[in-house]
Design a protein around this ligand. Structure first.
Ligand SMILES: NCCCNCCCCCS
Ligand SMILES: [Zn+2]
Length: 577
């Protein structure tokens, strides 16, 4: 017997949380020319004091012993925790993962970079104060949030956890803390899916002062698609996030929620992360730190990471296609979560109750029943189109100032990304542009005019914000225009900051091809609008008060009129009293 046969494998190595996750992701960033456009921050080890912002001394001391343990001891050590593997080097790696997240927070909060992403291993969102769990040793994002509060006095932090597992470690850390709003969706299947916690259900909303600041969206079926993810953003997360008005956004960026992942078994495509990232970038004046969590299909992980980073770099978004609307299970979860949070968030107070009857569009298959064929494929066998190239036109924005009436030939958008024109008569020019576009370019344009609100004169910011999320965004995504024409009619009453937010959000469509028409006496609006078209973040709306009842009802009426044809609009019953 030679010496090689003596080697016995003691501790089972993890099959899915492997080093290739980082090398493949980084390799894709390099191959797509994205690393050249980023600043590569130096990593560092977190120090004890930073780890102790979240974890207990006894837990830190225990983990400190692991580099000196034999494989046998290590195996023994992990038995006290769930689904986590220890290697003599994992303590060092876990300190680097925390340190990297903190380096990113420093760079964003000191204004050295606008936003960024930390590609780290081991992940963090399952680790708790005194326990490792689910491949996680230290809670990278929870420590980053405490660090941002302590070192920079950040008042309100939004943590969005789009990983397919519930980050219970983050939830437990902030459940009684109203300064940190934790949002997580996760595969749940009525508690049948790991980590099988009752604490992951929609009715766990936070405790004491923290009530309302913990949002759990359980996925009770697999196979969720882009429509399901977008619906939860439009009809739940964004309205609450704008009401909360965070100073910083941290993302537990797990990509096991993408198609092909063996853990998630979902069907959302990697380009969805371009949109989820963009929608969050309009908050906190764009201060966003994404930290890698899970993601175990190397192909979809690499594509999803590239989609996220490319959006952080400001590139135009790829249009999302075949959005067939949320499935019944999603509507049920949405309805439950909104009901559980109605008392905590005014944006939900007047919102209609969601009926879970799905209006099937003509010829649409019903996702709720397992489709033959597709369902039988294992996650690894799933195939999906590579996300389309996202080309940035050579010119980002063009401004046309009046010298007489502007003719439609300003529509040179397709050499430029977007444009703004000061015109003598906005309404007349709009007609002129619409005719030109309809004839010349492509009949799919989206005409955005301010929604008529019954409230007195000036439009109520909250009401308008709700209309943006619950109407404009879903309609825009479903309609998938090739041009967005945004016209600011005289006397619209939309305040400048809301106008900037609207201009920003509408870049989600049409590869960012937006044409803004302003009345020539509206010169004061040119600067703020151009700033957004050039990719700068919109200033915050401030913590939004409850929207006026009549505005909320006007939006509900408009939605119920439109919902028959647009199934990204939730089908609602009568609005609550
Ligand atoms: N049968 C137990 C499966 C445990 N799976 C742990 C997954 C951890 C994901 C971290 S993102
Ligand atoms: Zn995960």
């Amino acid at each position: 017997m030679n010496c090689r046969s003596l080697f016995v494998h003691f501790s089972p190595a993890c099959k899915i949380e492997v080093p290739e996750r980082l090398t493949v992701s980084h390799g894709a960033l390099v191959r797509n020319g994205l690393t050249d456009r980023c600043i590569c921050l130096p990593v560092r080890e977190a120090v004890d004091a930073e780890i102790l912002l979240v974890h207990s001394e006894e837990y830190l001391e225990a983990v400190k012993q692991t580099p000196h343990m034999t494989l046998e001891d290590l195996k023994e050590f992990t038995l006290q925790y769930g689904d986590v593997y220890f290697h003599p080097n994992i303590y060092h790696c876990a300190k680097l993962a925390v340190g990297s997240a903190l380096q990113l927070v420093d760079s964003v909060l000191m204004g050295k970079v606008k936003n960024g992403m930390a590609l780290v291993r081991p992940p963090g969102h399952h680790s708790m104060r005194s326990a490792a769990n689910g491949f996680c040793v230290f809670n990278n994002v929870a420590i980053a949030a405490q660090y941002a509060k302590q070192k920079y006095g950040v008042k309100r932090i939004l943590i969005v956890d789009w990983d397919i597992h519930h980050g219970q470690g983050v939830q437990y850390c902030f459940e009684d803390d109203p300064s940190v709003l934790y949002f997580s969706w996760h595969r749940y299947e009525h508690q049948k899916f790991w980590p099988n916690l009752k604490d992951s259900d929609y009715d766990i909303v936070g405790k004491g002062e923290g009530a309302g600041f913990n949002i759990n969206v359980p996925w009770n079926k697999v196979g969720m698609e882009n429509s399901d993810y977008l619906s939860v953003f439009c009809h739940l997360l964004l309205p609450i996030a704008y009401e909360f008005c965070p100073d910083l956004v941290l993302v537990c960026a797990g990509f096991d929620s993408a198609i092909g992942d063996p853990e998630g078994e979902m069907c959302a495509t990697p380009d969805i992360f371009a949109h989820l990232t963009y929608l969050l970038m309009n908050l906190a004046e764009g201060k966003l730190c994404a930290v890698l969590e899970g993601g175990y299909n190397l192909t979809s992980l690499a594509q999803s990471v590239c989609q996220t980073v490319q959006t952080l770099l400001g590139d135009p978004l790829p249009p999302l296609t075949n959005l067939t609307g949320p499935c019944r299970s999603t509507l049920e979860s949405l309805q439950c979560v909104r009901a559980a949070h109605r008392q905590h968030w005014s944006c939900l107070r007047h919102a209609g109750t969601i009926s879970t009857k799905r209006i099937k569009l003509s010829g649409e298959g019903n996702k709720d029943e397992a489709e033959v064929g597709e369902e039988q494929k294992s996650p690894e066998e799933k195939i999906w189109p590579e996300p389309p190239k996202r080309i940035c036109p050579p010119v980002c924005s063009a401004v046309v100032l009046p010298d007489g009436v502007v003719c439609p030939d300003i529509i040179i958008l397709f050499q430029i990304r977007n444009g703004l024109a000061l015109v003598g008569d906005a309404a007349m020019t709009m007609t002129c542009v619409v005719q030109y576009v309809a004839a010349e370019v492509d009949s799919r344009y989206e005409l955005i005019k301010n929604f008529p609100f019954p409230s007195q004169g000036c439009t109520d910011t909250s009401g308008f914000a709700q209309a943006m999320f619950s109407l404009l965004l879903p309609l825009g995504y479903q309609y998938n225009p090739s041009l967005v024409l945004l016209v600011r009619m005289p006397g619209s009453g939309v305040c400048d900051i809301m106008w900037q937010q609207l201009t920003g959000l509408l870049q989600s469509f049409a590869h960012g091809h937006t044409l803004v028409l302003l009345q020539e006496d509206d010169k004061a609006c040119v600067g703020p609008t151009a700033s957004i078209l050039l990719g700068n973040p919109a200033p915050p709306l401030g913590q939004l008060p409850a929207s006026l009842k009549e505005d909320a009802e006007a939006v509900e009426r408009l939605r119920s009129r439109l919902q028959a044809d647009w199934n990204l609009l939730l089908t609602t019953g009568e609005s609550t009293k």
